[in-house]
Ligand binder design. Structure first.
Ligand SMILES: *Cc1c(COP(=O)(O)O)cnc(C)c1O
Length: 232
């Protein structure tokens, strides 16, 4: 219940309303229907109470970046709220592929053939498969996950066409020191070339810019739940 949420924390319901309003404005300014843009509320580092507060305010789609953290948090939440939809937005190791397929409804971080094979194996074993996004490293950053833009077509062919996995779109995280719109544009163009129509791009600092370029899904954390504690 919202009332059990720590009252000294930011007001999640009000923050959510503000973000939804800004999404609608950005969409209308771009001549788009706000209903085509999904809001993924990124609850990483925040406890189940924060998720409950957002759920009570009408939010249904949540994002997490770590499989283990999500495993600790969501089984209870999902049992209470069967319509809760969970996205994995952080890097996935092959040895966690089965856990991820069991828990998540969408995995946004497919970025290599080996992971695709592990996901296919998990699908065969569990008889379920999340929808998938291919994560593209649009900035070519060495330390960042995601496949190179020029490798996305090949990965799509292997994943969707050879393994029969449900790839629905592309996802990116722009470099922090470059204009994000450039990277959003790159992802949009690549998706057009590949015939994919879902685009997961835009975070608290740049989701309106992402919507202007064509995002169909934005991943917003701190603007809803407040600042995260810095990792030690
Ligand atoms: C944490 C995270 C977000 C949300 O970031 P905010 O700046 O808090 O909105 C979005 N996408 C990914 C991949 C993340 O890890």
């Amino acid at each position: 219940m919202a009332s059990s949420y720590n009252p000294t924390s930011p007001d999640i319901a009000a923050n959510l309303a503000g973000v939804r309003e800004r999404i609608a404005l950005a969409a209308r300014e771009a001549g788009r229907d706000p209903a085509e843009i999904a809001l993924v509320a990124v609850a990483k580092t925040f406890g189940p109470d924060a998720v409950e507060a957002a759920y009570a305010a009408g939010q249904r789609v949540f994002g997490e970046n770590r499989v283990q953290e999500a495993q600790a948090k969501y089984p209870d939440l999902k049992a209470r709220h069967p319509d809760l939809v969970l996205h994995l937005i952080g890097p996935l190791q092959t040895n966690k592929a089965e856990d991820a397929v069991a828990l998540f409804d969408v995995i946004e971080t497919l970025d290599r053939p080996k992971l695709a094979r592990s996901l296919a194996k998990a699908r065969d074993k569990l008889g379920r498969c999340p929808d998938l996004y291919i994560q593209v490293n649009t900035g070519g950053e060495e330390q960042k996950a995601g496949c190179a833009p020029e490798a996305a077509g090949d990965l799509l062919a292997r994943t969707r066409d050879e393994l029969g996995l449900p790839v629905i779109g592309l996802m990116c995280i722009p470099p922090i020191d470059e204009p994000p719109a450039l990277h959003f544009g790159l992802l949009k163009k690549l998706a057009g070339e590949l015939g994919l129509d879902r685009l997961s791009m835009g975070m608290s600092g740049d989701y309106e810019a992402a919507i202007t370029v064509g995002a169909t899904s934005v991943r917003v954390g701190s603007a809803i739940f407040g600042e995260r504690p810095k990792p030690a």
